[in-house]
Each structure stands twice: as structure tokens, then as C-alpha cells.
Design a protein around this ligand. Structure first.
Ligand code: A2P
Length: 281
């Protein structure tokens, strides 16, 4: 569980994080407190999730020093643009009751599908993040839900290269083109919804591999990220599953099985795509 990667700016990042989207539906810090007790130190939040204050509370109550945690947040679609981004960052710092972030991401490349000036908007937003990074307020900056054509726009004019791209990634929706692009450009991939929908947990191939390696279907999904150098950000409300989701280093899948997972038919897609209206299933 102490495994880390080194990002393209030399900063270390834990190999598994805890996703906090919908982690405070009960309007409390309880789930995050349990995750800290279960051993998680890397927490992924976003202004959109509404979980920043609960994460701050859970960290405060843990009694552990700030430096023991790796905290990542994101600016929302309505917070894009140079001035908005700087203000959004300040609000996030206040919500998280911290002096700095370990990682800060642009949540989506477009405020809405079809938005005409997205290239300019992304560049302006990125410029704000570069400045905050240079000021020492963020240890690494990155992207989320950016596809290769969105990343090309950032890479063409940046002074600081994105350290990560956080995308939907799980068996049945592993976005191979984006993963490949990130590998070529030295951008670390992170997986949101690494367990996919319940359909993925019942998928015959995922279940076959769970039986073969004597682990749960969820562990197969998470290992499908880990073995490709991708950081999974699982969410769970149960301490037992929280612990299970970190137990990913005692088994290794054969390369052949990784390829089978990477090429299985599309399944469990969230319906979200940055260039299109959301699809509801
Ligand atoms: P629960 O909170 O009851 O554990 P994803 O992060 O891919 O979107 O998936 C989140 C969902 O996966 C949650 O509903 C969570 O339910 C469930 N989940 C998390 N870990 C496991 C696990 N190890 N086994 C089965 N379901 C899990």
C-alpha cells in the first residue's frame, strides 16, 4: 500500500487513492473517516462533489499531520477561465482548510458540449494553474476527462506539462487511445469509477478471472488499472470493501488476461463524454 509513482515533475503520488464523490451523501465525514482508518492517505475530491469540507473534517479528526495526506481536488465547469480558476482554487483551499494542494485538476475540458471557444478557455484556465504551481501552492497540476485532442491544445502552449489525466477507466471502458496517448506524453493516468457499474462486477470474464486468481471481481477491476501503471480511485462506504480495494499487491494477473480485459466489448460506461450530451441508460 505504500507503493508510489513519480509524476513527470518528480513529485511522488500514492498508487491507490480514495474517491470521495457521493462519499458524504449523509452530510457527514463518516465515510472518509473510515477510509482514513482503513489506511487511505490519498483522497480525490472536487469542488463539484461538495465533499471538500467533510474531507477537511475527517483529516482534522484523524489527528494526523497534513503532510501524511495526498489531497487532490478539481475546478468545475463553471469555474473555468483565468480569474475564475484562481478564485475557485482559493475557495477549495478554504473548504479543505489547508495551505496547499498536492494535485489540482481541470475537471472537464468543456463547460458544455459544443462550447465554441473551449481551446482558449482551457489555455486560460491552465495558465492560472501554472501560476499557482509556480507560487508553490500546488505540488502538481493536471487534467481530468481530457481526450487526446483536448490535451494537444494544452501541450501546444504550456510551460508546465500536465502531470496526470483522470478518466473513466475499467474493464469494458478502458479508453485505450487516451491511455496510449498519455503514456507517450509522460502523463500519468488515473481511473475514476475503476470498478465500473454493477454490470462489470457480474461480467463473465471478470468473474472467471476472480475465480482464477482467488480474489473478488472488484479486485480484478482495480488490478486491471494497477498492472498498467494507472492509479485507481475506488469509492466504497464499507470498511471491509475499503480494505479489500487496497489489497492489490499480493497477486499478479498474466499479461494475456490483461489483454482480454482491455479488449472486452464495451460495458458499464457511465454515459459521460466531454464532447457529447450525457447518455442515460
Ligand atoms: P459500496 O459503497 O457498498 O461498497 P466506482 O468507484 O467504480 O464508481 O464504484 C463504486 C461502487 O462500487 C459503490 O457503489 C461501492 O458500493 C461499490 N464497491 C466498492 N468496492 C467494492 C467491492 N470491493 N466489491 C463490490 N462492490 C464494491
Amino acid at each position: 500500500m505504500n507503493k508510489t509513482y513519480t509524476m513527470n515533475n518528480g513529485v511522488q503520488i500514492p498508487a491507490v487513492g480514495f474517491g470521495t464523490y457521493k462519499a458524504a451523501d449523509g452530510k457527514s465525514a463518516d465515510v472518509i473517516k473510515k477510509a482514513i482508518e482503513s489506511g487511505y492517505r490519498y483522497f480525490d475530491t472536487a469542488s463539484f462533489y461538495g465533499t471538500e469540507p467533510y474531507l477537511a473534517e475527517a483529516i482534522r479528526q484523524s489527528g494526523l499531520p497534513r503532510k501524511d495526506f495526498f489531497i487532490a481536488s478539481k475546478l468545475w465547469k463553471s469555474e473555468m477561465g483565468y480569474t475564475n480558476a484562481r478564485e475557485a482554487f482559493q475557495r477549495t483551499l478554504e473548504n479543505l482548510d489547508t495551505e496547499y494542494l498536492d494535485l489540482y485538476l481541470i475537471h472537464w475540458p468543456l463547460p458544455e458540449p459544443g462550447y465554441e471557444n473551449w481551446k482558449e478557455l482551457d489555455k486560460e484556465t491552465w495558465r492560472a494553474l501554472e501560476e499557482l504551481y509556480a507560487e508553490g501552492k500546488i505540488r502538481a497540476i493536471g487534467l481530468s476527462n481530457f481526450l487526446p485532442h483536448h490535451m494537444e491544445n494544452i501541450l501546444a502552449g504550456c510551460t508546465v506539462r500536465p502531470a496526470v489525466d483522470q478518466i473513466e477507466y475499467h474493464p469494458g471502458y478502458s479508453q485505450e487511445a487516451t491511455v496510449q496517448y498519455c503514456k507517450e506524453k509522460g502523463i500519468l493516468v488515473q481511473a475514476w469509477s475503476p470498478i465500473g457499474r454493477s454490470r462489470v462486477l457480474e461480467d463473465p470474464l471478470v468473474c472467471e478471472l476472480a475465480a482464477k486468481y482467488q480474489v473478488s471481481p472488484a479486485q480484478i477491476c482495480l488490478k486491471f488499472a494497477v498492472q498498467r501503471g494507472i492509479i485507481p480511485l475506488p469509492k466504497s462506504s464499507s470498511p471491509e470493501r475499503m480494505k479489500q480495494n487496497m489489497d492489490l499487491f499480493s497477486f499478479e494477473m498474466d499479461q494475456e488476461d490483461i489483454w482480454r480485459l482491455a479488449t472486452m466489448p464495451q460495458s458499464g460506461w457511465s454515459g459521460e463524454h466531454p464532447d457529447q450530451e450525457r447518455v442515460y441508460f
